[in-house]
Unconditional design. Structure first.
Length: 466
């Protein structure tokens, strides 16, 4: 059982409540599966006073003060101010003691311009918000600091998740920092070694199950009913609150100029839900005056949201058997699909799907701008190219890609790509010829100066990778 705090003493905070996204029931406590006891739908955190701003007893934040306050905290040495998540705590649920937050200085991730990707895609202003620059190398850390802090505040000794890799790496790190133990369920053979090794190093009990992500999730949902473990998947609404801050920080970095489009990869759909929630709340509070269109891109082989929107107008999601080399996105039955549909409708965003070849090519193109990312992140550029061709995105519009994971999460993909092995023996082998000009295999040579000079001259003649 998780107790949702009614109020916190002392420092500025907003009163928050847990509400079911289906039936609207408000709950003070919640069962370990984080579902509405009445209708089984997901819960979300909301801030009732934000609608009653200006009344006497409101806990709504003082809006004028917020932007300079958040900026000022960047120079503070307090751990909760150094965190790029807790720095925005007026828009988060309040802990009993802010200083008890379990933090690794998460958030604080850069926004980069992507000039050559912009040319390739056909837009003038293209940015990447690189959430892979978080402490464990993915955006999951921004949500995990909040969810782990609440798990700890509620006295949990164990936390658990099912994962395609990044959630488990992040959860294991935050559990270790918060003095809790962690249980990881991952699909055997389908998680990159970089991510698996992180979970091991941070001390998680790591179980590789002979099933896929959706199978791991099903098992875990039963485990949490039997054991006192806190579920840290993104059905946990505290995760969503933390992940919201990626959007707040992005706007701060853009001087509160709202971009026209934000593009995010879609797996379990927690991230799209979180970023969209942030934009809607910032609009509600008047901190921004319009919404960006938030679009979600999936891999063709793991496209349940695309099908839900195209075939069922967002009303019903039929699970698919997920298969893609972007292993982070191998999810056929995404938990947060209803939240994501709501965000798509509210912001006017699009859904699109991209092929394995398009993902591999886009990843190399982002790399050629000097920015590394894992394959799942590259679906954003591949999707942008399609949305520009469809004229959903116009040349003069400002676009931000959310890069979700670090290049070193999955070096095997990158090495195979450059060696030309990635699609060998697969149905995509012939199509993969288009990737040749992007590939740079390592060259094995004798330690001889003349040979190196010749290699350099040859490379100069060949020109840079496209
Ligand atoms: N990008 C990366 C690098 C991810 O690891 C994930 C999800 C996503 C995008 C999709 O985000 O699920 O919020 O829609 N990874 C999961 C995991 C589910 O277990 O690490 P989402």
């Amino acid at each position: 059982m998780i107790d949702h705090p009614i109020s916190a003493p002392g420092i500025e905070h907003s009163l928050s409540r847990l509400r079911c996204i289906g039936c609207g029931a408000v709950h003070a406590t919640v069962e370990q599966d984080f579902r509405c006891p009445d209708c089984r739908d997901l819960l979300e955190i909301f801030y009732p006073d934000w609608q009653n701003r200006g009344t006497m007893q409101t806990t709504a934040p003082d809006l004028e003060a917020l932007k300079p306050l958040w900026q000022q905290r960047k120079t503070s040495r307090l751990a909760i101010d150094e965190s790029g998540v807790w720095r925005f705590r007026e828009l988060l649920p309040a802990l009993h003691d802010w200083n008890a937050a379990t933090t690794l200085c998460e958030g604080n991730t850069p926004v980069y311009e992507l000039p050559s990707c912009a040319r390739i895609a056909g837009v003038k202003q293209l940015y990447a918000k690189h959430q892979g620059m978080n402490p464990t190398g993915s955006f999951k850390d921004t949500g995990m600091t909040v969810a782990a802090s609440f798990a700890r505040q509620n006295g949990y000794r164990w936390v658990a998740c099912a994962s395609t890799g990044n959630t488990s790496a992040s959860m294991a790190a935050y559990a270790a920092r918060g003095g809790m133990r962690s249980l990881v369920l991952i699909p055997e053979g389908k998680v990159s070694w970089g991510k698996l090794s992180q979970a091991l190093d941070y001390g998680a009990v790591t179980c590789q199950l002979r099933t896929d992500f959706d199978g791991c999730m099903r098992v875990l949902n039963e485990v949490v009913k039997r054991m006192p473990v806190c579920l840290l998947n993104s059905v946990n609404p505290y995760r969503i609150e933390g992940q919201k801050t990626g959007a707040i920080e992005l706007l701060e970095q853009l001087d509160w100029q709202v971009p026209d489009h934000v593009i995010v990869p879609g797996g379990n759909l927690g991230n799209a839900s979180a970023l969209g929630k942030a934009f809607l709340e910032l609009l509600e509070l008047g901190l921004i005056s319009r919404l960006p269109k938030l679009s979600v891109i999936q891999a063709e082989g793991a496209n349940p949201l695309v099908r839900c929107i195209r075939e069922r107008r967002g009303k019903k999601l039929i699970p698919v058997q997920a298969e893609t080399m972007a292993t982070a996105l191998r999810i056929g039955n995404p938990a947060s699909w209803r939240k994501a549909v709501r965000v798509l409708e509210a912001t006017g965003g699009a859904v699109e799907q991209v092929s394995e070849i398009e993902i591999a090519q886009a990843k190399a193109e982002i790399g050629a701008d000097g920015i590394g990312s894992e394959p799942a992140s590259a679906v954003t550029l591949a999707g942008l190219k399609k949305l520009v061709k469809q004229r959903f995105i116009k040349i003069q519009e400002t676009v931000v890609l959310i890069l979700t994971g670090h290049l070193l999460k999955d070096p095997e993909f990158t090495l195979k790509f450059h060696r030309g092995d990635l699609f060998r023996g697969t149905e995509h082998e012939r199509e993969a010829a288009v990737l040749a000009s992007h590939q740079r295999a390592p060259i094995i040579l004798d330690p001889n100066v003349d040979v190196i000079v010749k290699t350099l001259e040859q490379a100069e003649k060949n020109g840079p990778t496209k």
